[in-house]
Design a protein. Structure first.
Length: 353
């Protein structure tokens, strides 16, 4: 089920021949014309793929939760690079237009649909998952994708960390189990996921090498436990990694024999195809770690979230909420994220919260 909205008629920008917000599919629709109880909420809508200006702040109608759904009033919404791919129409999971972006948030349950047993009205929960729809004051969500936020973690922290933190958890526990003595290389080490990876793997006892674009980001990466920070615009990162690892890392070039390349993003675009001969010389492993696949089952999601929140509550992971924007300013937040101006987590706060 996808949380979708139906926009109010707007005669200026959307003539009647061009229906505004359509449901993604009939059974994904939160509303019908005959639904008696709808609430007006503010939300960001993408009508056409494009730049940050494609993010429109509008009034939409929100219905009651259906079977298996909850309605959530957001406290905070996490921004992710994935939101940018989708807005541009690049990513293969881009939702059909028009849609409300966002995969990460925290909030209070305001209503539960039939059959929901995993949470109740008044609970503070967080989620980092499809379906999109987080850039809104309130939304509907499949109840089984929401996890409880424990005491010791506040709503803004939860929204800042749940998607990126589950991604980091899966990367270091499942895609490749990081252990004391391992050496790992983290690209975009001062980013949302990168910051968590550096802190967590340092605490485990790995040697952490990170690449960043600016000196300011290098300072943050150091603070986050990166033992060696490489300014990749100034130095050749392959040469530096070879130097740091005393030549043990080769490449894909920087990997050692039987080393693991775990890709988890493509902020700079789809990488070139990798011929098997690149892997065979050193018997390398190459995988793409998709967090959603590792947390598909409810028990997997709960276990990963518990591991994450435990490490937030005990201070292993310090959540860097370096940038807060009102929900209405989502376009500015995207502009800054794309311009590489942000570090750590970026959150949107519903206007008036
Ligand atoms: N596999 C999964 O399940 C999963 C889940 C969540 C996120 N991700 C991926 O994880 C990556 C990090 O996500 P995030 O939300 O935490 O973002 P982020 O790291 O806060 O921001 C992106 C960073 O990537 C670097 N970058 C590289 N190429 C860029 C470009 N063309 N434009 C802008 N920045 C670029 C920049 O760091 P420098 O300036 O230091 O280069 C920038 O700070 C993304 O690629 C995202 O898609 C994957």
């Amino acid at each position: 089920m996808v949380a979708t909205y139906r926009k109010l008629p707007n005669n200026n920008s959307h003539p009647s021949t061009s229906p505004a917000i359509k449901p993604h599919s009939p059974d994904q629709n939160q509303l019908s014309h005959s639904t008696p109880t709808t609430t007006m909420v503010k939300a960001i809508i993408v009508h056409q793929h494009g730049g940050p200006e494609a993010l429109k702040y509008e009034d939409v109608e929100l219905g009651e939760p259906k079977e298996g759904q909850i309605r959530l009033k957001h406290k905070a919404i996490g921004l992710n690079f994935l939101d940018v791919y989708m807005r541009k129409g690049l990513y293969n999971t881009s939702p059909p237009l028009p849609y409300t972006p966002g995969l990460e948030g925290s909030g209070v349950v305001t209503a539960v649909g039939p059959g929901v047993t995993t949470c109740k009205v008044g609970d503070l929960v967080a989620y980092g998952t499809l379906p999109v729809g987080a850039y809104a004051e309130e939304r509907l969500l499949p109840a089984d994708r929401a996890v409880p936020v424990p005491s010791g973690v506040d709503a803004v922290q939860a929204a800042s960390v749940i998607f990126k933190g589950l991604t980091a958890q899966v990367l270091i526990r499942s895609s490749f189990k990081v252990e004391r003595g391992h050496t790992i290389l983290v690209h975009a080490a001062a980013g949302g996921v990168g910051s968590l990876l550096c802190q967590w793997t340092n605490a485990i006892g790995a040697t952490v090498i990170g690449t960043v674009s600016t000196k300011e980001k290098a300072v943050q990466a150091k603070e986050d436990g990166c033992h060696h920070v490489i300014l990749y615009k100034d130095e050749n990162f392959v040469d530096r990694v070879m130097e740091i690892t005393s030549g043990k890392g080769g490449s894909f070039e920087v990997l050692k024999k039987r080393g693991y390349m775990v890709q988890f993003g493509m902020a700079s675009g789809e990488p070139d195809p990798i011929p098997s001969s690149t892997l065979s010389g050193k018997a390398l492993f190459y995988t793409f770690s998709a967090m959603g696949v590792y947390t598909e089952e409810r028990h997997e999601l709960l276990a990963a979230a518990e591991d994450l929140f435990t490490n937030v509550a005990n201070g292993v992971l310090k959540i860097r909420v370096n940038h807060k924007y009102p929900l209405s300013q989502a376009a500015q937040a995207h502009t800054d994220l794309e311009a590489r101006k942000t570090t750590g987590s970026v959150v949107l706060i519903p206007d008036g919260e």
